[in-house]
Design a protein. Structure first.
Ligand SMILES: NC(=O)c1ccc[n+]([C@@H]2O[C@H](COP(=O)([O-])OP(=O)(O)OC[C@H]3O[C@@H](n4cnc5c(N)ncnc54)[C@H](OP(=O)(O)O)[C@@H]3O)[C@@H](O)[C@H]2O)c1
Length: 256
């Protein structure tokens, strides 16, 4: 690392966002980078959009804004290698870690009787095991900054979403993990959740998404920027912990 970069990084808040190559994670990375954070943009496969995201942020802000890390979070070896890479980065060695955002996800619909046990396990790995491991491994760096963890969950809690039990149950696990850790890691580290409602449709669900919007009191989808703002707020609010912030246009107060 050259000395100019070293000087830039001094006193900069550092965040790791999983699944930040595009969509909501990318919007969150952009918002944090534009607010002065240094962001580890984690991707599994979206290297090209992540490079563009970082390049554009660096042009806008005229500084080094982050770094890309790549791992399939369901693969123990890749998960461990990513942890080592982030821990050994000069920015983290200098400043610790102020934010950890568990955003990576895989959302697909399939009938319960047709969903393989392997798919179910992989979602548990992605939504629960990886956040558990990452939070545990980065605890010293988070404690060093009185940092903050955000789990990105959803609005399915207590509902029965057709063909999505594998997805909703693993998100429920993430939510409970975050709330439990909010107590356990207090007062050193804040832990919260953001629960997006209907924000950005997956490719397979455009018809379903339109039906969902009929139930949303505000009658429209949210924007990726709404989620980014909520995550940033929780990362930077020193007296907020153990909260689930629903960003869903009021959907969670309606029936399933
Ligand atoms: N979109 C919505 O309206 C909505 C609604 C409710 C909740 N949410 C939650 O909000 C978060 C962001 O939503 P989104 O729609 O932007 O997410 P997304 O596009 O479905 O997924 C985000 C990223 O997760 C990464 N990912 C998937 N499998 C992975 C694996 N095995 N290892 C590592 N990374 C993996 C992918 O990275 P690569 O592209 O690099 O492969 C992907 O870009 C998610 O947690 C989602 O559950 C979203």
């Amino acid at each position: 690392m050259n000395w100019v970069l070293a000087m830039n990084i001094m006193n900069t808040k550092i965040a790791l966002i999983t699944g930040a190559g595009h969509r909501l994670g990318a919007a969150t990375a952009n918002r944090l980078m534009d607010s002065g954070w240094f962001v580890f943009v984690h991707v599994r496969s979206s290297m090209k959009p992540a490079r563009e995201l970082l390049e554009q942020a660096e042009v806008r802000n005229n500084r080094k804004c982050g770094s890309i890390v790549q791992a399939d979070l369901t693969d123990d070896g890749q998960l461990k290698a990513m942890v080592e890479e982030v821990k050994n980065h000069p920015a983290v060695k200098a400043n610790g870690l102020s934010g950890l955002v568990h955003n990576a996800s895989f959302y697909s619909q399939s009938k319960f009787e047709e969903t393989s046990f392997e798919s179910f396990r992989n979602l548990n790995r992605l939504h629960m095991e990886a956040p558990y491991f990452l939070t545990q491994q980065f605890l010293p760096e988070l404690r060093a900054t009185q940092g903050s963890v955000v789990g990105v969950v959803d609005t399915s809690w207590g509902k029965a979403w057709e063909g999505l039990s594998h997805y909703t149950s693993s998100k429920a696990g993430l939510r409970q993990l975050m709330l439990n850790l909010a107590g356990e890691l207090s007062p050193d580290v804040n832990v919260n959740c953001v629960a997006p409602g209907a924000i950005m449709a997956a490719e397979w669900e455009s018809e379903h998404f339109t039906k969902v919007l009929e139930k949303v009191p505000m009658g429209r989808s949210g924007q990726a920027s709404d989620i980014a703002a909520a995550v940033q707020h929780l990362l930077e609010a020193p007296h907020l912990s153990g909260q689930v912030l629903h960003v869903d246009g009021g959907w969670s107060i309606e029936d399933a």
